[in-house]
Design a protein around this ligand. Structure first.
Ligand SMILES: [Zn+2]
Ligand SMILES: [Zn+2]
Length: 180
């Protein structure tokens, strides 16, 4: 199947490179639209389909995959825990090594299996790395009250001056919010 851009639309993440293998300069353009569940960090997760516009180009060492991967994501503010719809977009440039070209020093290198390359690990890694580790709803988000757990962006509470071990209260508040 070919979409309006003339790219092959791919439904599997294992792509045949039989047509271009061993012909440096030859390439395949790919448009991949596929859910990739489970890509997440503690405060961010990918939703729906990943969209990838990639070019797989034959090079002497194997196949070079370049392009852009985009995904809808839901982030959670690290201070007030509000959910924030977002989008991540990441450029990829990865070499899939052909037989006999695998680098001895890099066990995590991607390689060609037979005449196929499996794009899934590359896409997972790229998107996971692009997810923010410390998302904030606003740079000046006031977060939650360490004692009562109220969202201080909405309303100040009265317990700020009170005594108490706020470290534990903060953890209790966080736990209560996460349990909802
Ligand atoms: Zn916030
Ligand atoms: Zn409070």
């Amino acid at each position: 199947m070919v979409d309006q851009d003339g790219d092959a639309r791919v439904h599997e993440l294992s792509i045949s490179v039989a047509e271009i293998l061993g012909q440096p300069g030859a390439y395949r353009d790919l448009h991949i639209s596929k859910p990739l569940p489970g890509v997440r960090t503690p405060l961010a997760r990918v939703q729906n389909d990943l969209d990838a516009y990639l070019r797989a180009e034959s090079v002497v060492e194997g196949v070079l995959v370049t392009g852009e991967v985009t995904a809808a994501a839901v982030l959670q503010c690290a201070r007030c825990l509000k959910q924030l719809p977002s989008e991540v977009s990441v450029e990829v440039c990865e070499l899939f090594y052909g037989a006999g070209h695998e680098p001895a020093s890099d066990e995590d290198a991607y390689s060609i299996t037979g005449v196929e390359i499996d794009l899934e690990p590359m896409m997972r890694d790229a998107v996971a790395l692009a997810l923010p580790l410390n998302p904030l709803c606003a740079a000046d988000c006031k977060g939650l009250c360490a004692r009562c757990g109220k969202d201080l962006n909405l309303k100040d509470c009265t317990c700020q001056e009170e005594e108490g071990d706020s470290r534990w209260a903060a953890l209790d508040a966080l736990r209560d919010r996460l349990a909802q």
